[in-house]
Write a protein of this length. Structure first.
Length: 284
């Protein structure tokens, strides 16, 4: 039993240091992971977690699965499933009544785990997209039980220069949900904001800052180069976790397969794999 508590304590320390999930917004999709998680301006199916406003730009139903392994430790695995469905007629690649999205995610192992089930809605009106999401969060520690909380998040995206410069912002857990009475333990409240510059259809440069109330700001940057329509190369960095990232993406019509790797000087290698499918349409 003592070994279990020591193990859980180590995981909690990782959480506080920003290396584990910590029930924060986390990383969604291997594409975002390869870009250093500079993802607040992205608009694929994983916008359900990266910035729910991005859902509003989807024009076809889509599903995605995602798996992450941190530092080659099975206790730090994450698996997630996401789905998005446009509502109403789709005109000019925009759903007239917006897009709804759903996500289920699990992080951790037998001794310590975090679960998340969320639903979101995104709507695009002209160059501006807005969105909202509600999460049911649960933290479980073997021998100590589980705690649950509900978190509400809001997001927005705007094309400052059509198809060239995009601004995105996302406020996660604006209601400051409480997990436990002891020391007023709360789910992290996180604000992300960033820009995406797309000089051509082949190149995308993202820069982003993320600030959690009780941590230093994290600066993130990512570059994507689409060599051909079917192949994309990506690279990125994060200052708070001191990670460098890279990855590739393969596209075949409605199917998208992404792989990413992240390197931390002290903790080592993390790997990410994502697969998504857009029905009756092509990947964005």
């Amino acid at each position: 039993m003592r070994k279990n508590y020591v193990y859980c304590g180590c995981l909690l320390l990782l959480t506080v240091s920003g290396y584990a999930q910590g029930n924060g917004p986390g990383t969604r999709g291997a594409r975002a992971a390869a870009l250093g998680n500079a993802s607040v301006t992205l608009s694929d199916v994983w916008a359900i977690g990266n910035n729910v406003a991005g859902l509003g730009q989807l024009s076809a139903p889509a599903v995605g699965v995602y798996a992450e392994n941190r530092y080659l430790l099975s206790a730090l695995n994450t698996v997630a499933l996401a789905a998005a469905v446009p509502l109403g007629k789709v005109e000019n690649a925009t759903a007239s009544r917006g897009v709804v999205g759903f996500e289920a995610e699990r992080f951790g192992g037998k001794l310590y785990s975090e679960q998340r089930v969320g639903a979101g809605y995104g709507y695009r009106g002209g160059p501006v997209s807005i969105g909202a999401r509600v999460d049911m969060l649960q933290v479980s520690i073997e021998g100590l039980g589980s705690k649950r909380a509900v978190a509400v998040s809001l997001g927005g995206q705007a094309e400052l220069v059509p198809k060239r410069l995009v601004f995105g912002a996302y406020l996660y857990n604006l209601n400051q949900a409480k997990l436990a009475e002891y020391q007023q333990e709360r789910v992290p409240t996180v604000l992300k904001a960033g820009l995406s510059y797309r000089p051509t259809a082949k190149v995308m440069l993202n820069v982003e800052t993320e600030k959690e109330v009780e941590q230093s700001a994290d600066f993130k940057a990512g570059l994507e180069y689409r060599v051909i329509n079917a192949l994309a190369l990506r690279a990125g960095l994060r200052t708070l976790t001191q990670e460098t990232t890279g990855g590739v993406g393969f596209r075949a019509g409605a199917l998208q397969i992404d792989y990413a790797a992240a390197w931390h000087a002290a903790l080592g290698l993390s790997q990410h794999l994502g697969i998504s499918l857009a029905f009756n349409g092509k990947q964005p």
